[in-house]
Design a protein around this ligand. Sequence first.
Ligand SMILES: [Zn+2]
Length: 462
Amino acid sequence: MNKLPVYCFILIFMIACQPKAKEKFDLLIINASVIDIAGGKILPGKLIGINKDTIQLVANMASADSYASDQIIDVKEKFVMPGLWDNHVHFRGGDSLINENKNLLPLFIAHGVTTVRDMGGDISPSVLQWRNKIREGQLEGPNIFTSGPKLDGADPFWAGSISIGKLEDIKPALDSLEDLKVDFVKIYASSLSPDLYYRIVEACEKRGLKVTGHIPLSADHFDAIEFGLDGIEHLFPLLSLASPIGDSLRQLNLGFGMFPQVLETYDEDFARAAITKLASKDFYVTPTLYVSQVIMQLADMDPTVDSLLPLIGPGIQLTYERRIKQAQNRSAEGKQLMLDMDIRERSLVLPMFQAGITILAGSDCGPSNAYVYPGAALHNELALLVETGLTPQEALSTSVISGPKFFGLDEYYGGIEVGKVAHLIMLTENPLENIENVRSIDLVLKGANIYDRSKLRTLKTQ
Ligand SMILES: [Zn+2]
C-alpha cells in the first residue's frame, strides 16, 4: 500500500486539531447589555471588541472563547450605550476665563457627554485649539464641533461675534470662518434685517456650510429654509407660526413685544399646519427646554444648596449675575408671559418629533447661563424631553442619533455596531425604562481613555 495518503491524512488531522488562534483586540468589553437606541431594545450577553477608537466586533458571549485581549472589562450585565451628545453648549466669558472654560471639559466626560456642539462665543481660538487637541488625543474632553464666532448684525449682542452690517460684509465673514475651519455656522439675529439674514443663509448654502441659530423675529421661517437654513435653536422663534395673525405680527417688527398677541391668538390647527410644513424639509430644532426652566426659576434659586456650583470657576460664576439680576427685576406680567410661552413651546416638541422634524437635545450650558452646568444639564434636558411626551428611547435618540446626523456622521456614531466610534457609556440602570437612569453612569470609554467610577469622581474635582 502506498503510504502517502496515510501521511496526508495524519497531516490534515493535525492541522484540524490545532487550537484556532484567537482574534485579538486592544480592548474587550464582556457581559454587556447593549442598548440599541435606534431599535429601542436591550441586547443582553454581548461582547464588544475595540481596536484604537473603533468598534470592530459585537458578538454573543457564547463565542467569547474565540476572542482575546490584554485588556478585558467585565461590565457584568451593565447597560452599554453610545456616549451622549450635548448639541448646544457655550464656551465664553472673555480671555480671562479661558482656563475656567477649559476646566469645564472634564465635567462633560464625568456625565457621559462625549461630544458637544459649541454654539459660539468669544474665545474661539482656544475652543478650536481644544477641538484639535482632543481629536489628536492630547487633551481630555468631549469631541467638539464648533461654529467659531457667531454671526450677528451691525450691533452684535454677544462679545466675539462677527458683525455683518451690509451685504459686502458677508463674504469676508464667511471667508474668515472657513479659514478657521469651523464645523458649521451659527447666526445670532439680534440686529439683522430679514433680508440680510436670508443673504447670509443663502451664502452659507452656496458654500456647503451647515447653518443654524436664531432667526430675526420679523423674518419668514419658510423663506429662510428655502434659502438653506438647516435648523433653529430654541423654540420661541417658532411660536408665531401658530398664530393666524403671525405673518402680520412679524411684519410689524415688534420684536419680543409680539409674543403677548401671539399667545392670545395661538391656534392649535395653525401650529399643526406649520409643523407639517416644517417637517417637509430636512430641518433641525434644538428646544433647549432646561435653560428656559432655569431662567424662569432663577429669582428663587438658592445656590448654597447646589452641589454642582462649587465645580464651576469663580469667574464663570460672576457671569451668572446678569441673568440673575434680570430675573429679580422681572415684573409679574413678564414672569407670566415667560410661563405662558414655555407651556406653548413645550407643547410643540412631541408633534414636531412625530411629524419627522429632527429634534436635537441641547442644554445651552456654559458661562452666562446661570446654574446650567456642563454634563448634568444634558441629563436634565433629556428628562424634560420625556416630560413633553417623548419616550426615553426617543429622547436619547435626540442626543446620540440626531447629533451626528446634523453633521452627516450617522455612519460613525449613534449605535454600538462594527465600524462605529468607540465612545461608550456604561450605566447600572436601564435608561429605556426611566430616563433618570441615564445618570447612573458607572464607566465612560472614549477611545483609549477609560474612566471608571473613581476616575469619573476625580474629573469632577480637577
Ligand atoms: Zn445658546
